[in-house]
Design a protein around this ligand. Structure first.
Ligand code: C2O
Ligand code: CU
Length: 613
């Protein structure tokens, strides 16, 4: 097919796609990816969808009610969800602003599946901005194009267009979340929770109810205001200081500090989680912030840690749980204290948030101590419980002694097929604008021509533009080892898409890498890990998932200045794949809208696909 003909067809598809949407039809056909030839791995994960006529279920979630479980089925099923993106006015901490909501709420509703189920999620974008959704922690075996990363795995979803994401949960279970990966949009509200339940969960019988706790920082200015400030030439501050911590979308702001004329109410209700005496509760805790370590605790109630990022842990008891951005935990809480009200604390740890008087919002009126209430049925008194003392190292991940998998995971102790060396630093571009550098290169997404499109057009990974920060891994079933040297003071919570990884070593400033100290026999396995300031990190993972996978700091302010890599995994398999037509079609209608930042402007590389528009 000639390029011109292809363009024409894609346009027709797009027009069809949009008209279907406009007439309100939800029966948009997704082309199911079919496996070609010798790609053994993909075949295992791709099962046909038999019924596309199911209505997508529009859901809402009350975060202060226990989760209503899905019944376990004998065979995996397909679950259809509708997520509608719309800006609404909300006052999460009492201060009214525009929120980029999902189904009208923030955080967005809970997406649930049972292990092995397929999730088919129709995302309808009415934001007036482009958008995308990344399913944080989902492996996307065989469906790299549904990973939701503009510039790497798709073009953004234009306003008033829908995209059906369609992926299996095979091989995973646990606590996940979803969020926009389009600029800093998730910080404005597009984030929610995703749980994959497991009938074989070893802890299933150890609790009576389940709660979700979605922690986030919150800004009164939109990221459309904040990003250009960080991007100004000569900016010498740190990451923007938030205005409130939120516990499942609720916080409290002292409105006397709000600018005159703003709508603000200082008496926001505190988030309340109801419990019954002598029942046990599983709390699934997600840090969905732009930045910042949250410390979660409940006065007088210790936490039994049982899961981190889908990995079942040997249970240990802690008082306080530090959670870095992107990380998730499950803890079991025993409501065995005298009937009463106890404070739940979702504290943004100020010690981990650098500030100086050039920093955006440096004089924020934030109350760092986010509060909620654990309310026992029948309790009348107002809470006056006392906070536990710290039992963790500030600004570090929960200690590895609490993160031992229930059974040691030994598959990472083998012959390493690929060694990758990365150094992260900060610098300035020629206009004195702040940049994050990975091996001296700052990542810039090519929003209208994502890497996966290039690979399937048969561009070799080694020929990708330098600013795509590519790591090329071609050993099918091999073990890759990544060594990341952090050449700056800041701690960076790094997240890898499409994988979990085994942590061989976390180095503090002054430590030296020494293979004899690597934790090969019983490593911590997860998908997000903090790299200490001036320290280093050594991880291993299995290269068995063809795709373009982002590997990046999850501090959104660092992502926006380029602290991102693209892992190009098994390109020979990937390039034989056919990206579904509706995903490709997004690139034609990719309308870049109002929220322009430097990165956005840089990213508008007018390429051949658009040239005849
Ligand atoms: Cu939580 Cu690249 O994402
Ligand atoms: Cu960072």
């Amino acid at each position: 097919m000639t390029l011109l003909k292809m363009k024409f067809n894609l346009k027709r598809i797009l027009i069809l796609f949009i008209s279907l949407f406009v007439i309100g039809s939800v029966a948009i056909e997704t082309s199911v990816h079919t496996v070609s030839g010798d790609s053994l791995h993909l075949k295992d994960y791709t099962n046909e969808i038999t019924n596309l006529n199911e209505p997508y279920k529009f859901i809402k979630t009350d975060y202060f009610k226990p989760i209503t479980h899905l019944t376990f089925t004998n065979k995996p099923v397909t679950r259809y969800y509708q997520l509608t993106l719309k800006k609404v006015k909300m006052s999460p901490d009492g201060f009214e602003r525009t929120v980029w909501s999902v189904n009208g709420q923030h955080p967005g509703p809970l997406i649930q599946a049972n292990k092995g189920d397929r999730l088919v999620i129709n995302v309808t974008n009415h934001f007036d901005d482009p958008a995308s959704i990344h399913w944080h922690g989902m492996f996307q075996h065989g469906t790299n194009w549904y990973d939701g990363v503009p510039g790497q795995t798709q073009c953004p979803i234009p306003n008033d267009v829908s995209l059906v994401y369609n992926f299996s949960t095979t091989d995973q279970h646990g606590t996940y979340w979803y969020h926009s990966h389009f600029f800093a949009q998730y910080v404005d509200g597009l984030r929610g929770s995703l749980v994959v339940h497991d009938p074989d969960d070893p802890y299933l019988n150890q609790y009576d109810f389940e709660y979700l706790v979605v922690l986030s920082d919150w800004h009164h200015n939109t990221t459309g205001v904040l990003l250009p400030l960080q991007d100004a030439p000569g900016y010498s501050g740190f990451r923007p200081i938030p205005d409130s911590p939120l516990i499942s979308g609720l916080g409290r702001y002292n409105c006397t500090a709000a600018p005159p004329g703003s709508k603000c109410n200082s008496d926001q209700p505190l988030p309340v989680y109801n419990v019954k005496k002598n029942k046990k509760y599983r709390f699934r805790i997600i840090n969905s912030a732009a930045d910042g370590v949250f410390v979660f605790s409940i006065d007088q109630h210790k936490l039994k840690v049982i899961e981190s990022e889908g990995i079942y842990l040997k249970p240990t008891i802690i008082k306080k749980l530090p959670v870095a951005v992107g990380q998730r935990y499950s803890v079991i809480v025993d409501a065995n204290q005298p009937v009463g009200n106890y404070f739940i604390r979702g504290t943004l740890d100020k010690r981990c948030t650098p500030n100086n008087n050039a920093t955006i919002n440096f004089n924020s009126a934030i109350d760092w101590d986010g509060l909620g209430i654990l309310h026992y049925e029948g309790a009348k008194n107002s809470p006056n419980s006392k906070e536990f003392d710290d039992d963790f190292t500030p600004c570090r991940d929960l200690d590895k002694k609490h993160l031992k998998p229930i059974k040691p995971i030994t598959k990472y102790d083998g012959h390493v097929t690929d060694f990758v060396n990365i150094t992260i630093t900060f610098g300035a571009d020629k206009n004195q604008r702040l940049e994050a550098l990975i091996n001296n290169s700052s990542f810039v997404p090519q929003l209208n021509d994502p890497t996966i499109n290039k690979i399937t057009r048969d561009i070799a990974a080694k020929d990708l533009p330098k600013d795509q920060n590519s790591v090329i891994l071609n050993h099918n079933g091999g073990i890759a080892e990544i060594y990341v040297k952090n050449d700056n003071n800041a701690d960076h919570p790094f997240h890898m898409h499409g994988h979990v990884f085994a942590i061989m070593f976390v180095g503090e400033k002054g430590d030296v890498p020494d293979e004899s100290k690597y934790n090969k026999k019983n490593p911590v396995v997860r998908d997000t890990v903090t790299i200490p300031g001036n320290g280093f990190l050594v991880i291993r993972f299995i290269t068995d998932n063809p795709g373009v996978w982002a590997f990046h700091c999850h501090i959104e302010w660092h992502v926006e200045i380029g602290m991102v890599m693209g892992i190009i995994e098994l390109q020979d398999t990937l390039k034989k794949e056919t990206i579904p037509e509706d995903v490709v079609a997004l690139c034609l209608e990719h309308d870049l809208q109002k929220r322009t930042t430097r990165k956005m402007l840089n990213a508008i590389v007018i390429n051949e696909i658009r040239s005849d528009d």
